[in-house]
Every structure is written in C-alpha cells, then in structure tokens.
Design a protein around this ligand. Structure first.
Ligand code: DGL
Length: 267
C-alpha cells in the first residue's frame, strides 16, 4: 500500500507545509484537514487546544494514514503528547524540525500567542543549542488577517512592522516562522528585514525527515498536478476556503466537509 500522510492545521497555514512536502517528493498521497470551524487556534486556552487535537487525530487515524504531520505550531507546542498518545502512526512536528535548523546565536520566533506563551520554541532551541538567545514574538493579528483573505493589505504590513520591531532591536540573526501561516507573509517580511536576517521555515526541515516514509525525494516544482493525490477536508465553510486556497495556490481540488465528532454534521 502506498504511504499516505495525514496533515492538519486550523486553516490555510498547513498548505505551506503541504507545499514543502509535495515540492520534495512529488504528488504523494495526503489527507489535509483544515479545522476551519475553529480557526484561529492561537488565542485559545491550552485545554481547548488539547481537546481539539484529540478530535483531529482521532479523525485522521480513521483515514488510513501512514504518518501524522502536525502542520500547526500551536497544537505542536501545547498538545504534542496528546497527538502522540492518540496516533497509531509516527508523528512529525514543526518545532523539533526548527530546533534542528537553528545555526545562529540570536534567534527570533514569530508565533501565535498560545505558542509563545508555552515557550516551546525556546525550550526546543536550547535543547539543541544551549546558550542561544531566543526572542519569541506573539503576532495575534496575522492569522485572522490571512484567513480573512487580506494577504495584500496594508494592514498586514503595519502589523509586520510592529511585530518585527522588537526582534530587530534585539539584533536577531534569524527569524523562525513559528506559525505555519507566516511563510505566506514572506514578501512583506523580506521587504522589512535586513538582507542578512535568515528566515527559517520549519516545514523544510520537517519534509526532509520523511525520506524514511516516502522514499527518495523527487524535487518537483509546485504545479497543479502536485495536488492530484491530496484530499482536502475542512470542518466548515468549504466555498470560502476553496476561494482562499485558490488565491494562494492558483488551484484547489474539490473540498470535503467533515465532522470530527461521530454526530452527523450539516452545513
Ligand atoms: N497555523 C497554526 C500554527 O502554526 C495555527 C494558527 C491559528 O489558528 O491561530 O500555529
């Protein structure tokens, strides 16, 4: 049987992870779940994020998957143990992947308020490189703006200036995308940042850890065909999600609406 990856996020952010996986391995089989009914996760309480993680992984586990990719840093930082306990297949997280990618001594992390409050990034980076100075910056407005389809708006730039200021003052040498939505802001961030500040996408590290499951990398460019073996599922608003996904990726396959609980679900 061909391997199938189960990838989840609260919304569009996980597409940045999916893109890295498909770019490395070609059109492998994936089930992508966006929990659009509950996006954003980043300002929810830890107990809620843990409860949601359990439901999401129980659902994914019923989809014949070979591995779970936590394409959501908020879940990774607050509910990794829940995901690992519920999953019957190997689990891959973005935060450990990021920890392995850090080379600098002064590192910034842009993330959701829940992720920064957990200090998961600081702990992981220090476990790989003790003595690293880690500056974690919560960015509460980014995900609601991205999910609201405002990718090109001035509002995003104003927020980016505000969130990057403390990191620039701290003279960071690299900045980690500590939320999977943020690689979508690369152009805006790059315009503001000095050239020598490295932007680190943990999804690149995570994708490189999948060779054991997916075999030899194929290094494809992102094209429409790459999504041909991806099933995209949402928990609400399929048409809104489809149009936002299309704006981001140029193409979006059919979208299924699923219920994560056993009750029937009507939209
Ligand atoms: N993209 C997710 C993350 O990496 C969740 C963002 C959110 O829903 O607030 O944290």
């Amino acid at each position: 049987m061909k391997p199938c990856l189960g990838i989840f996020d609260s919304g569009l952010g996980g597409f940045t992870v999916l893109s890295q996986v498909l770019a490395r391995y070609g059109p492998v089989s994936c089930v992508y779940l966006a929990d659009t009914a509950r996006v954003p996760y980043g300002e929810k309480k830890s107990s809620e994020i843990r409860k949601i993680a359990k439901e999401v992984v129980q659902w994914l586990s019923d989809q014949n998957i070979s591995a779970v990719l936590i394409a959501c840093n908020t879940t990774n930082s607050l509910a990794l143990d829940v995901v690992e306990n519920v999953s019957r297949v190997p689990v891959f997280g973005l935060i450990e992947a990021a920890g392995r990618m850090v080379k600098e001594n002064r590192v910034g992390v842009l993330a959701t308020p829940a992720t920064t409050a957990s200090n998961a990034y600081r702990k992981m980076i220090l476990s790989f490189r003790p003595g690293t100075q880690v500056f974690e910056q919560p960015c509460p407005e980014f995900v609601p703006l991205i999910e609201g389809g405002k990718l090109c708006r001035d509002e995003l730039r104003i927020c980016a200036l505000k969130y990057l200021k403390p990191l620039l003052e701290a003279e960071v040498e690299s900045i980690i995308y500590g939320c999977s939505h943020y690689p979508l802001l690369e152009t805006i961030l790059r315009e503001i940042l000095p050239e020598d500040v490295r932007l680190v996408d943990p999804a690149i590290g995570m994708a490189s850890q999948l060779d054991g499951i997916l075999g030899i990398p194929k290094c494809s460019v992102m094209t429409r065909d790459l999504l041909s073996n991806t099933r995209i599922c949402v928990t609400s608003d399929p048409s809104g999600f489809a149009s936002r996904a299309k704006a981001l990726m140029g193409e979006c396959p059919d979208i299924e609406v699923v219920s994560l609980t056993s009750q029937a679900c009507f939209f």
